[in-house]
Design a binder for this molecule. Structure first.
Ligand SMILES: Cc1cc2nc3c(=O)[nH]c(=O)nc-3n(C[C@H](O)[C@H](O)[C@H](O)COP(=O)(O)OP(=O)(O)OC[C@H]3O[C@@H](n4cnc5c(N)ncnc54)[C@H](O)[C@@H]3O)c2cc1C
Length: 385
């Protein structure tokens, strides 16, 4: 790419680290649906996963744009940060809403990687996108919450010590709004795993370490309530802009990987005695995908700029997530097509990245819900759900 990017030293260092984890490493993990432990360890040791934790808690204290640069470069190099990106941002709920003693207790160990906080339990099988309809309950008994219910798609639960869990503490029929009465608990899974907490891995289209969780009278100390009881939904919402922006950065990294892989292949592959990339039918989808990537990237930069200026860029963060996910998907499609049959062969890594890129049309928020947000909150139309 020919234009200047922010945080060049960080980008260069991340790209160098990623060279140690080539396609063959990811293919092996993918085949076995294995956790990329060595890669996560390397990112942890380099301090990148603590980028957003303030220095007073032992983190690097860097702005969101640095987190974006790290994740973009990971994906641009053909790696996948999904195994650990949540270690970078899930702590935001604790940082913004936790008590001083909770922060002092957990953040330094999250920063040095000795504690993993990368599980985020919101989605349930019967509520899905409709978070207010979740059914997992936490009942206060003395100084302990007793949790019962189920979560689904809780990624990385097997590779996390702590989990941010959203559950209902006030019955739905006693609250004015369905998003009231929900609370956030910081669950120390080490104490309950295999007892009142059962974790079942879900084999999925790509290697994502996602799981189903079952809570059977799971005890959580009341001291692990984050913020005030009943206000959990807003605490979760308050972290959404950063999450959307960081995921959008991964999508931009993926788009760049697809485009550079495809352009190189199109120039090398000779059919009918000339490079396939000499044909406009091959060039144009790639040029179009590049232009879509650049436009999406500009929206992403705008979202980051507003976020770092202290604004609440709900519109821009949502648009960035949607446009960047669309751009990476378009680039993936053009890349696969450029590779013809070889695009389907594992050893080219295109099919793996293609499967991985597809997720961001659905998670952490689906495109439809972003469009609903824009329709309602930006264009002023009635709420559709
Ligand atoms: C690999 C993976 C990892 C994940 N990791 C996590 C995690 O760590 N923690 C976590 O809590 N969740 C996680 N999720 C869950 C993810 O956030 C949800 O899958 C997503 O929010 C959609 O919910 P759902 O799957 O229940 O779909 P549903 O809510 O059932 O929706 C299905 C489809 O209908 C559409 N739809 C639903 N309602 C409307 C409406 N009102 N208007 C228009 N369209 C609508 C949706 O856009 C979607 O396309 C993960 C999911 C996957 C696949």
């Amino acid at each position: 790419m020919t234009y200047e990017l922010d945080h060049p030293e960080i980008r260069e260092a991340v790209a160098k680290l990623c060279e140690r984890f080539p396609g063959s490493y990811w293919r092996e993990c993918d085949r076995a649906q294995a956790y990329p432990t060595n890669f996560v360890q390397a990112l942890t040791e380099a301090g990148y996963l603590s980028a957003l934790i303030p220095e007073e808690y032992g983190g690097l204290g860097l702005p969101l744009s640095a987190g974006c640069a790290i994740l973009e470069e990971v994906h641009r190099a053909g790696c996948n940060a999904a195994a650990c990106h949540a270690q970078m941002y899930t702590m935001g709920t604790l940082l913004r809403h936790g008590s001083p003693s909770q922060k002092a207790q957990y953040l330094p160990q999250i920063a040095d990687g000795s504690l993993r906080l990368q599980a985020f339990g919101v989605t349930e099988p019967t509520s899905g996108t409709d978070t207010g309809a979740l059914r997992t309950t936490a009942r206060l008994e003395g100084d302990t919450y007793i949790v019962n219910g189920q979560k689904i798609w809780t990624s990385r639960a097997e590779h996390s010590d702590l989990m941010i869990l959203l559950c209902r503490t006030t019955p739905r029929d006693e609250t004015a709004k369905k998003t009231d009465g929900l609370s956030v608990l910081l669950v120390d899974m080490r104490e309950v795993r295999g007892k009142s907490l059962t974790i079942r891995p879900i084999r999925a289209m790509m290697n994502h370490s996602s799981t189903e969780l079952f809570f059977d009278d799971m005890p959580v100390p009341a001291a692990n309530l984050i913020g005030e009881e009943g206000k959990g939904f807003r605490y979760i919402l308050s972290g959404m802009n950063a999450e959307r922006i960081l995921i959008a950065s991964e999508c931009i990294g993926d788009a760049k990987w697809f485009l550079s892989k495809a352009s190189a292949y199109a120039s090398e592959r000779h059919i009918f005695d000339r490079p396939i990339g000499q044909n406009q039918g091959v060039q144009f989808p790639l040029a179009k995908a590049y232009s879509e990537m650049r436009a999406a990237e500009l929206m992403l930069r705008e979202a980051v700029r507003l976020y770092e200026s202290g604004a609440n860029p709900g519109e821009e963060a949502n648009l960035a997530k949607m446009l960047c996910a669309d751009a990476s998907w378009a680039a993936g499609e053009a890349c696969l097509q450029t590779h013809g049959g070889f695009g389907f062969a594992e050893e080219y890594d295109v099919e793996r990245k293609y499967r991985e890129a597809r997720l961001y049309q659905v998670a952490p928020i689906s495109t439809n819900l972003i469009l609903s947000y824009i329709a309602e909150h930006v264009l002023g139309m009635p709420r559709s759900y």
